[in-house]
Design a binder for this molecule. Sequence first.
Ligand SMILES: C[S@@+](CC[C@H](N)C(=O)[O-])C[C@H]1O[C@@H](n2cnc3c(N)ncnc32)[C@H](O)[C@@H]1O
Length: 211
Amino acid sequence: MGKKEYDEGYTNKIKFEARNANLEHYERVTGRSSLPKDQTYWTLSNLQPDKPTTGQYVSEIIQMTSMEFVTKDRFHGIDCENEIIHQNKNWHPEANWYCGDWCEVIRYELAFRTAGFVYLDTTAMAGFDNAVRMLSTTIKVCGRRITPVIAMNVMLNSPYGTQQFDSRKLVEGIKREVPSLLLSAWNKEICTFTYNWTDKTTMQTLIFFRH
Ligand SMILES: C[S@@+](CC[C@H](N)C(=O)[O-])C[C@H]1O[C@@H](n2cnc3c(N)ncnc32)[C@H](O)[C@@H]1O
């Protein structure tokens, strides 16, 4: 994580629009513009400042709560960086913050069984083991009684070189890792959208949901 990114969190136009696109996909898939009251929102958090750090764009928690998609007490953020979680707790004590590895936390926290929307907002390279591990664990651990939507973010190219990554490899990886009986309940056509994170990096968001 670069210093600038760490200081500001993701309070910028590109990220704001990408999160808006998530909500549009959620509405298209479920017919709803907000999460049902008994469901929760889970994200890989990074810093979530309580006001814009530069310009007008707000952090994810402010965006999602001001659009009335979810309330703060049903917002759950996970990050492996202790400092990030500590800071987010200060800014938003009403929300739920966990320091640790995504897969470990969701396996352990029973509250994850109520997840209705999951923003698996990684900067992992599409198709790499880490991305497959995070998505397959999420699909396996999601509660059985609700219809969760997962928006998974991956990188399509290396910011440091010319290497390209193919998100079809991510889908192939999931088919290897998740039992087919479980996977058969999930969407077959994965819809995606891409955005340029920097002039060097293209991100892709893949939308998964259970019928
Ligand atoms: C792209 S940022 C999240 C941005 C945020 N969702 C937003 O919209 O503003 C990804 C965060 O995930 C954290 N992270 C990466 N891999 C992780 C893992 N396996 N477990 C927990 N946190 C992780 C990083 O420390 C980073 O802060």
